[in-house]
Design a protein around this ligand. Sequence first.
Ligand SMILES: [Zn+2]
Length: 468
Amino acid sequence: MLDRDLARRRFLVVIRKTAAVWAGKATGTLSRITGRGGGTTLPGDVARAIDPKILTRLAQDLTYGSVVITGTNGKTTTARLLSWLLEGAGHRVVSNRAGANLIFGATAAALNRAGTDGRLKADWGVFEIDEASLPKAAAEIQPRATLVLNLFRDQLDRYGELESIAKKIEQALSAQPETARAILNADDPRVAEIGLNLSHKPLWYGLDDTSVASKTLPHAADARTCPRCGSSLIFDAVYVGHDGVYRCPKGDFARPQPEITATDIMLDGFESIALSIDGTRIEMPLGGLYNCYNVLAAYAVARSIDLAPSYIAERLRTFKAAFGRQERIEFRGRHLVLVLSKNPAGFNETVRTAVELANGKHFVIGLNDRKADGTDVSWIWDVDFEQLRDHASLVIPAGVRAHDLAVRLKYAGVAAEAPQTDPGKALDLLIKSTSEGDTAYLLCTYTAMLDLRAELVRRGWASPYWET
Ligand SMILES: [Zn+2]
C-alpha cells in the first residue's frame, strides 16, 4: 500500500513538472507569435504558478550542475564568457538571456531547453541572477559554484543599501552545502567581507598589476570604509570603482590574498585586452579594465571545474560580446560602439575607457528611468562626466531623461548638444554632427540602449536582439 502511495506521488510530481513545462513553453511561443518581445520571463511566471518547484526539478536534470553569477556589474558578459568556454568544450549549456536575471528569467531559460517529456536537456546551467534574488535562486538551483563579481551602488530604489544586499548574499552562500563553491572577487571590499564571514573558504580572485591602477578612488566610490570598524580604508591600488588593493589602518580588515590573479595587463580601448593568469597569456576582443575582471572571474570558475588553461586561452580569443554590452554597428558610414552603462561605477569605467584608452571624441549618452534602468536617476550626479570636459567634441544627451542629463553635463562643464528624448532624432543629430569614418560611443542605460537599438533595427542597420 505504502509503495503504491509513493509511486502515485512520484507520478504526480512528474505530471505536474511536465504540465508546467508545457504551459511555460506554450506561453513563450504565444508571446513570440503575438510579437510581445522575446518572451524572456512570462513563461517562467506561468510554469512557476503550476509547479512552484519547477526550477529545482529542472536544475536536477542537468548532467553536471549549475553556476550562478551575481554582482552589480559584469554578470551578462561573465555568464556569456563561461557559456562560451563550456560550449567550446562540447557541453550543452542553458543560460538566461540578458536582462532576464530574476528567478523568472532563469526558469524561462530552463523551460526553453526542456523537452516534451518535461526534462531539461543540458549539461550545465549558467545563470545570471540579480543580487537581491540570489537567496531564492541559489536555494532553488543548488548551484555547484556561485560567483560574486562586485557590489556597487546600483538602483537604490529597488534594492536598498549595499550592506543589506551584502547580508543577503552572505546568507545565501552560508546556506549552501559544503560541496558548493563560492568564487569571490577579493578586490571588492564588500564582497571580501561576505567571503571572510563564510565557514567554507572561498576561491578568491583579483587583479595584480599596479601599472593599470590609479591611486585615488572615484569621487563617489561606495565602499570607502572598513566594514568592521568604520575607519577609512587605505587603497594601495584602485582598479575599477572601489575595487582594488585595500586595508584598514586599524588592521582588522584587508583584501584577502587571491589565489587566481591577473598580471601584465594590456588595454587597447574597446578593442582588446590582454592579461596573464597563472602564467597563461589571454588575449580577448573585449575592451576596458572592467572586462579584465569579467575574464578573470570566468577563468576562475572554469579552473574550478577543471577546464585546462591552454584550452581557456585558445577559446577566449574568438569570443563575441553579448548584445549591447560592447556592440559595434556600422551606421551610414559611422562606426557606432554601443556600451551598456547602468550605474556610477559602470559609467565611470566606460567613460574612462572611451576617453583615455579609445581617444573617443563623439558621444551619445542615453538615460532612461524605466523600471529596468532604475526610476531614480539622481545617481548621474555620482558619475564623473567631468572626464569628457576637455576631450569630447560632440556630446548628445539622449533618452527619456535627456534633460536631467543635460543639466548634469552642464555642471560638469561639458559643452553638450540640445537634449534628444527621441532616439531617432538623437541618431539624426549624430549623423549630422560627425563625418563618415568617425567613431561614436553610445553609452546608455539598459532601456535607453534598447530604444536606440530598436531605432537602428527599424532603419535596417542592426538585427533584432533575439536573432543575434
Ligand atoms: Zn577596520
